[in-house]
Design a protein around this ligand. Structure first.
Ligand SMILES: Cc1cc2nc3c(=O)[nH]c(=O)nc-3n(C[C@H](O)[C@H](O)[C@H](O)COP(=O)(O)OP(=O)(O)OC[C@H]3O[C@@H](n4cnc5c(N)ncnc54)[C@H](O)[C@@H]3O)c2cc1C
Length: 349
């Protein structure tokens, strides 16, 4: 098992949590909130949990570290859904809301699934894969409005959970921090949607990381013995067609060839391409690399990755969404957060 400290390094939020826990003994909190349900983490999972709880009649508090809702799907720019048969309920409702924003989502036909676009016979057409690109701001805005409309959900953004208070087997309160203010939140039910099991870990639950040995769950494809290999990390980025030739650019200090990775591409509502270079960085880097170094290294790989794509001849597998290749394209933005595909798993009954 890895040390707790190593596990904590998996996200920026987690790093901040580590520091804040040290402050927990400093007197009383500045404010106490009492509620039925408290959800920690406002990513896709937590936003959905809070919405369902509030609509079900529970007074709800949603605690989110970032300034926008959506977690990985907005802050790490994994802003594309793959709605398949059965992806109904809240996703469909959120999708319908986002359509009100003309540049909110790429497609208008949720029920048929969203296909990748391909440029064929001189125009954009539906391609083979089911994808539903959307803009992070649209998700954040409409989900925030839906939560507000319940009249029962208080959304605390830029607020970080750092401590659970337990009585026996029950969590009776958590502490969170917002702009120098320490909050105590008491609730009947707590939901951990931090993706890193922050609340579960602080409450004393067991967690696993890495690949399970085959003997644990009898999964035929599992390795014989446990292996500490996490799924790869990706810093997603978006590119734009500038319409004029762009000389490929790579800063001198970045070696050529460090990031020639397969890429998943989707076309965003405004025509930008969102690029997800699979396995850009080994997943174990969250444990092994100095955290301040990780975002820097990821950014360097984005630059090298696009430098490579820009020079591929038109018609290559990796630039096929741009019929003339990427020679006139440029990087238009890089996700604020590295996409972490895997961290802890909570052991439950
Ligand atoms: C590059 C990439 C590609 C992917 N591709 C696919 C795909 O093709 N198909 C698919 O189904 N899935 C895919 N995934 C996985 C999918 O994106 C995630 O499973 C999903 O977004 C996780 O949602 P979540 O709500 O559980 O967690 P997150 O979205 O990570 O949300 C967790 C939230 O908790 C907050 N938080 C954490 N700690 C604290 C704290 N202490 N206090 C307050 N808030 C806190 C975080 O800020 C965050 O907003 C991909 C992931 C990545 C990174």
């Amino acid at each position: 098992m890895l040390s707790r400290r190593a596990l904590m390094l998996s996200t920026a939020a987690a790093t901040a949590v580590t520091g804040l826990r040290g402050q927990a003994s400093r007197g009383n909190p500045d404010e106490t909130l009492k509620t039925d349900v408290c959800v920690i983490g406002g990513g896709s999972g937590g936003a959905g949990a809070a919405l369902a709880a509030a609509r079900g009649g529970a007074d709800t508090v949603l605690v989110e570290f970032e300034s926008i809702l959506g977690g990985t799907s907005t802050n790490a720019w994994v802003n594309t859904w793959e709605p398949v048969s059965g992806a109904d309920g809240l996703p469909r409702e959120i999708y319908a809301a986002m359509r009100q924003d003309p540049l909110g989502v790429t497609y208008a036909d949720y029920s048929r699934g969203a296909h990748r676009v391909v440029f064929k016979d001189g125009k954009w057409q539906r391609g083979g894969h089911h994808r539903l690109p959307r803009e992070p701001r649209a998700f954040n805005y409409f989900v925030r409005e839906m939560l507000e409309a319940t009249g029962r959900c208080r959304v605390l953004r830029n607020t970080i959970f750092y401590r659970a208070h337990r009585r026996g087997d029950t969590i009776e309160a958590v502490e969170a921090w917002f702009c120098g203010r320490r909050l105590r939140i008491e609730a009947r039910i707590f939901i951990d949607s931090t993706a890193d099991a922050e609340l579960c870990v602080d409450a004393g639950c067991d967690v696993h990381m890495g690949e399970d040995p085959r003997s644990r769950y009898q999964e035929p494809t599992a390795p014989e013995t446990a292996e500490m290999q996490l799924n790869g990390l990706t810093l997603c980025y978006r590119i734009k067609d500038t319409g004029v030739k762009q000389p490929p650019w790579l800063p001198k200090e970045i070696p050529e060839g460090v990031c020639r990775k397969p890429v998943h591409t989707v076309v965003l509502p405004n025509g930008d391409h969102l690029l997800n270079a699979v396995g850009m960085i080994d997943g174990n880097a969250v444990l092994e690399m100095e955290y301040s170094e990780l975002p820097r290294e990821a950014y360097r790989r984005v630059l090298e990755h696009f430098y490579w794509l820009q020079q591929l001849p038109p018609g290559d597998r990796w630039n096929r969404w741009a019929p003339k290749g990427y020679g006139t394209w440029a990087i238009a933005g890089v996700a604020p957060r590295i996409g972490v595909r895997e961290s802890r798993r909570v052991l439950s009954d």
